[in-house]
Write a protein that binds this ligand. Sequence first.
Ligand code: PHE
Length: 454
Amino acid sequence: MANIDFKKRDSFTSKYGVIAAAAGSAIGLGNIWRFPYVVGENGGGAFLFIYLAFIFAIGIPVMLSEFTIGRSAQLNPYGAFKKLAPGKPWYLVGLMGVGAAFMILAFYTAVAGWTFEYIYQSIINGFEGKNSNELGVMFDSFRESSFRPILWFAIFMFLTSWIVISGIKNGIEKYAKILMPLLLVLIIVLCVRSITLPGASAGLKFLFKPDFSKITTNTVLQALGQAFFSLSIGMGTLITYGSYISKKNNLGNTAVSVSLADTFIAILAGVAIFPAVFAFGIAPSAGEGLVYKTLPAIFQQMPGGYIFSLMFFILLGVAALTSTISVLEVIVAYFVEELGMVRKKATIVASLSVSVLGILSVMSWGALKNVTLFGENIFEILNYTSANILLPLGGLLIVAFIGWYYGGAKTKAELSNNGTLKAKYFPVFIFIIKFIAPIAIAFVFLNSVGIIKF
Ligand code: PHE
């Protein structure tokens, strides 16, 4: 049994299944939890504008490059680079991706665990009668406590591993197809409630009206980092998923559909959150607690809030789960294909080792709150470094690989399914990959590190 697992690669079974699974990876806490608070900390509309420019000009081409690498090689990120560039150091890009997967999974699962606390609080009606101040205190004291956040972390990690052990087509694909549309419906309901709150327009203005005086070089880097984080690109998640995509699939269409879905959900999350933030007088720059503090306040005010609250946090957990699976899969595929472990052992080893770092990040507001670097706690360091440094750097190297090493001919063959599809976008794509994307990423990077000044 174990040997069969090792030899035969699992794969997605349908076009919609691929999109649902890849969108399942892309859509997650990055859209609903991270996007609103990063927008809030970076001044609103102007940030959104830059973010969108990065998604379309750079994000989609990077995603397509990852799919190309994965589907050409049919291997995990490390193995893929080794196969496509034998004897060259490109495999280091794959290794960096595996490292980034460890870091992301460590802090991301912590936040995912918080959804369980909020599901529990929804069930026991724990938000009842609390004003937004008290809800804020409730979140902060939960996060500082020593036992519960670790328990929820462990349960979430267990669930992630359990699904990864059972493979791709029977787990992820099936659930993603049902649960992603349901998430969409719920977010729309929340948007409607939020924009009909008194004082909501200030929130919409904040989100959509660009004030470019708020933009600093760090803001631009944060927008790039958020775009990469949200699309799940720059670390090989979509190389891994690409390796499970059938040779008949249209990679261009898939990348565009996934990116549009991801962007749409992020904007809806902003529309659900900012009007409420302003209506309830919460600071938009409240940081990682923003969503956990505002949403319960909205639920309190809406008819049927009890049931919506419960459904929302369940779905937030599910959205997080379809993302944590994709991150763990990167590590597991590497362990299985490169270190020769069977899938089950690979999953257990991977999740236990991630948990060590994960528990440290969970404790960032409690026992370890004084462990800081540049004033940031362990959680924030993992969050900032992975999204704003490792993913853009990985993305830069991935586009450089396709544009300058792998080359136009082989890439075109992959994207056009050996000439059976049109891929009319190809000249634009290859131009972006060769020139625009690498220059833009390098520029944003060097600028924010202070090596060049704009
Ligand atoms: N894109 C996911 C989200 O928005 C997070 C993620 C990042 C997943 C990187 C995989 C790789 O929640």
